[in-house]
Design a protein around this ligand. Structure first.
Ligand code: ADP
Ligand code: GN1
Ligand code: MG
Length: 354
């Protein structure tokens, strides 16, 4: 199946091999081995209805960064023989990237350096684009991180679920309702109009950063959701995916712990790029960002479980409920830590000596 697609990208398929790659929940990824290596991806068009918008955004950003910061490593899609960066066949919609040699990625953070470097990469991306008008970018997913919408979707899924499903997910459903103050704060933030729109990655998971052999951050990948947004999306996703030694798939909830020093590494890494850019108001909501993203992800996994697993790829029945319970446990851990660390984090955030 991939042979024809590779050839449309001008690659001789007979001397290249494809290997399934990555742990994404939405798109499918292959590493293409040959004289040069590539990453080939099939875009999930049930999720991304207008894949051209992704390509348009990436090309706009690539042009801007090439001119202003020619040394910055921005991994843009490669053009196919047709001139477009998308190859659309009956098999689906594909795009190709150069494989960044001597790079590696991880699914969980195991050192503070990884957390620092990854946070720095996300901060740097938003900082370099601070003078780029975010409204030039298309919304590749409408209302993607709109917590009101996500809550409504959860509510609807709950109403439509049968009694057995509701019962099975009772703890998670109760937790989502108990933490609805996070939604109240979100609405307060929106109505304050004090969160500037920035160019935001919107999927700042740890495995969306490539590192070099010495664990220095090399670049960001998985740029489908780069669009206008608020800093809480990226900072929150870092907290969601770097703070615990286990990831969102862990079913043993007792393993979910928050490492305080790792939080310090995220703050230092992100602020090493963004301390002059974030407003004092934004800095006040740094820890809130973690609660916002963890809560939203819990709601999204739970809604998908109640809906019968129509969105996220699952490996076994009930996995989305496990993921939701995992995220709610992480949320409770962060809330426990919040009061204890508030004075320290406020100090670190205000200080420019990061
Ligand atoms: P997904 O949507 O499936 O998460 P990603 O774009 O994040 O897809 O790619 C999956 C994995 O493939 C990444 O975690 C990384 O290990 C690897 N990868 C992706 N793009 C590149 C690239 N250009 N060079 C090297 N490795 C890459
Ligand atoms: C999806 O594609 P992937 O696996 O990087 C999802 C993110 C979630 C993440 C949870 C388009 O990201 O929003 O945070 O799963 N992407 C989309 O792991 O919904
Ligand atoms: Mg990814």
């Amino acid at each position: 199946m991939l042979k024809k697609i590779l050839e449309e990208f001008g690659i001789n398929a007979s001397n290249h091999q494809a290997e399934q790659y990555g742990f994404g929940l939405i798109n499918r990824t292959w590493k293409i081995h040959g004289e040069r290596d590539y990453i080939l991806q099939k875009i999930n068009t049930n999720v991304f209805h207008r894949p051209e918008s992704i390509i348009e955004n990436l090309l706009l950003i690539q042009t801007y960064l090439r001119e202003k910061y020619p040394d910055y490593l921005f991994v843009a899609p490669l053009p196919a023989l047709s001139g477009s960066s998308l190859v659309i066949t009956e098999e689906g919609t594909f795009r190709l990237f150069p494989f960044i040699n001597d790079s590696k990625s991880v699914n969980e953070v195991s050192t503070y350096k990884q957390a620092y470097e990854a946070a720095k990469q996300f901060g740097k991306f938003t900082r370099l684009l601070k003078d780029f008008d975010p409204s030039k970018l298309k919304n590749t997913l409408q209302s993607f991180h709109d917590l009101n919408l996500r809550y409504e979707q959860f509510d609807k899924a709950f109403e439509l679920a049968d009694a057995a499903k509701q019962k099975e997910a009772e703890w998670a459903i109760g937790q989502v309702k108990d933490h609805s103050d996070i939604l109240v704060t979100y609405n307060h933030l929106l109505s304050s109009n004090k969160l500037p729109l920035r160019v935001i990655h919107h999927d700042a998971k740890i495995n969306n950063v490539l590192f070099d052999d010495d664990w220095k951050g090399l670049c960001l990948i998985d740029l489908d959701t780069v669009m206008p947004g608020y800093f809480i999306s990226d900072v929150g996703d870092m907290m969601r995916t770097y703070l615990s030694p286990v990831n969102e798939n862990e079913a043993d909830l007792s393993k979910i712990k928050i490492d305080e020093q790792c939080l310090g590494a995220i703050i230092k890494g992100y602020m090493s790029e963004m301390s002059d850019e974030l407003t004092p108001f934004e800095k006040e909501y740094f820890i809130y960002a973690g609660k916002f993203m963890i809560y939203m992800q819990a709601i999204r996994f739970l809604a998908d479980h109640l809906n019968g697993d129509i969105y996220y790829h699952i490996d076994y029945d009930g996995q989305n409920l496990v993921r939701a319970e995992n995220q709610l446990t992480l949320l409770n851990e962060l809330i426990k830590l919040e009061e204890k660390i508030a004075p320290i984090t406020n100090l670190t955030l205000r200080s420019n000596e990061v």
